[in-house]
Design a protein around this ligand. Structure first.
Ligand code: PHE
Length: 449
């Protein structure tokens, strides 16, 4: 069904890791880690990634490559009837919402990159706070740049899987690693940086409670792009000889690695100048530039701030591409229209969500349940739709899909060995463990548990 494939193994890994590595790693991970006590949170996060995230990711890859088409097609094929295709539709709706509100934050990154280039981000605490509030208050700018970010994403996606997504990821991902390494070296060389490293690596288990556990699961799913049909869509582009098990470990490994690297560049710098790491979402946009200003000489801080916001913008872009692709491939294949036309549909719908999210944070907030629309989209996707997508996928693979097809995918038609015990463990996880854990999360969100 799918006409496209990734052209090389490296391209495939970088594109999929590019989807996973994003603002979730560099913005959300340090924020949640800071708010939830550091090392103990990270440990739980890694355990959840291993036992929930990895089997979930593998399940989506299995469904995707077995189907070989857009996610409606692949889910229908795996489940044996079109009803299962609704999981793909839900994934598409979820990813459109994520792309909408995510592009607002991605737009802030672009704006701060411009401000960094013009040397406007290295002020003190009060200055940074007033700058940030002024930005959020100016809905014309925030809505405009979020649409700009979606258009940038559009420009890459319309070029196709190999010429657009794969080529862009191959250029952007290595650059992202290099920029991160520079920032980590700069942060860890500061006097007093050791406290930040201790915060990251010495667990204090007294900090753990139910909320921390749920935060860790939510963070792990969001960061792996799980439950949005994104991995299923990309899985369809994997070559037939790709080893799905190994690739899942590699992609999840890169994702966790980058999250910890983000911690290594942020906490040592924050601790070095005596700033507490629990500043919340404003950490990146208000606290950090102030940290750079205090920690380095002006010219070094100038370069570092440019590198930092370039890094954030790049990471966001490799993720928004994947969110866009879910809808683009689905609409073009299901409605039999060109990729370009389908991409425009996604761009327009997501731009509307982006503009509404941006406006909702402005001087006249709009939204439901006493929150802004931005928070509503974030909450609905992260707390409900994403876990629900992963829940249905694990049930599908665990109970419904023919085992022969699963084994074919796990071994790439007999090319790789699959020890019986490993397969039994995988089946146990997707049949019982993953669905049970997700059910607990969803019910607890509704305050039923
Ligand atoms: N994983 C991405 C991040 O960490 C976000 C994402 C979610 C991407 C869902 C695609 C689908 O930023």
């Amino acid at each position: 069904m799918a006409q496209s494939n990734f052209g090389s193994r490296l391209g495939m890994i970088l594109a999929t890791a590019g989807s996973a590595v994003g603002l979730g790693n560099i913005w959300r991970f340090p924020t949640t880690t800071g708010e939830n006590g550091g090392a103990a949170f990270i440990l739980v996060y890694i355990l959840f990634t291993l036992f929930l995230g990895l089997p979930g990711m593998l399940s989506e890859f299995i469904v995707g490559r077995n189907g070989g088409g857009n996610s409606i097609y692949s889910y229908s094929k795996a489940g044996g009837n079109r009803l299962w295709g609704l999981t793909g539709v839900m994934g598409m709706i979820c990813s459109a919402m994520i792309l909408g509100f995510y592009s607002v934050v991605a737009g802030w990154c672009l704006y701060y990159l411009y401000q960094a280039l013009t040397d406007n981000v290295l002020g003190d605490k009060a200055f940074m706070a007033s700058e940030f509030n002024a930005l959020i208050g100016n809905v014309w700018i925030t809505a405009g740049i979020s649409v700009l970010f979606i258009l940038l994403t559009h420009a890459i996606v319309v070029r196709g899987v190999q010429q657009g997504i794969e080529k862009a990821s191959k250029a952007m991902m290595p650059l992202l690693f290099i920029l991160m390494l520079i920032l980590i070296c700069a942060a860890c060389s500061l006097p007093g940086a050791a406290d930040g490293i201790t915060f990251l690596f010495r667990p204090d288990f007294s900090k753990l409670n139910a909320t921390v556990l749920f935060e860790a699961i939510g963070q792990s799913f969001f960061s792996l792009s799980l439950g949005t049909a994104c991995l299923c869509t990309y899985g369809a582009y994997f070559p037939r000889d790709t080893n799905l098990v190994k690739s899942s470990f590699q992609i999840a490994g890169i994702d966790c690695g980058v999250a910890i690297m983000a911690g290594l560049m942020i906490f040592p710098a924050a601790f070095a100048v005596g700033i507490q790491p629990d500043a919340g979402p404003s950490l990146i946009f208000q606290t950090l530039p102030n940290v750079f200003r205090q920690a380095f000489t002006h010219s070094v801080a100038y370069v570092i701030s440019i590198i930092f916001f370039a890094l954030l913008s790049l990471a966001a872009l490799t993720s928004t591409i994947s969110m866009h692709e879910i809808g683009t491939s689905m609409i073009s294949e299901e409605r039999h229209i060109s990729r370009t036309k389908a991409a425009w549909v996604v761009t327009i719908v997501c731009s509307i969500i982006g503009v509404l999210s941006a406006i909702s944070m402005g001087p006249r907030p709009i939204g439901f349940f006493g929150k802004t629309l931005f928070d509503n989209f974030d909450g609905l996707t992260s707390n409900i739709l994403l876990p629900l997508g992963a829940f249905v996928t694990s049930l599908l693979v665990g109970w419904r899909m023919p085992q022969e097809a699963i084994i074919n995918e796990l071994t790439s038609n007999g090319r790789y060995r699959l020890p019986a015990k490993a397969f039994a463990l995988f089946l146990f996880l997707v049949r019982f463990f993953v669905p049970a854990c997700i059910l607990v999360i969803i019910l607890s969100r509704f305050n039923i548990l």
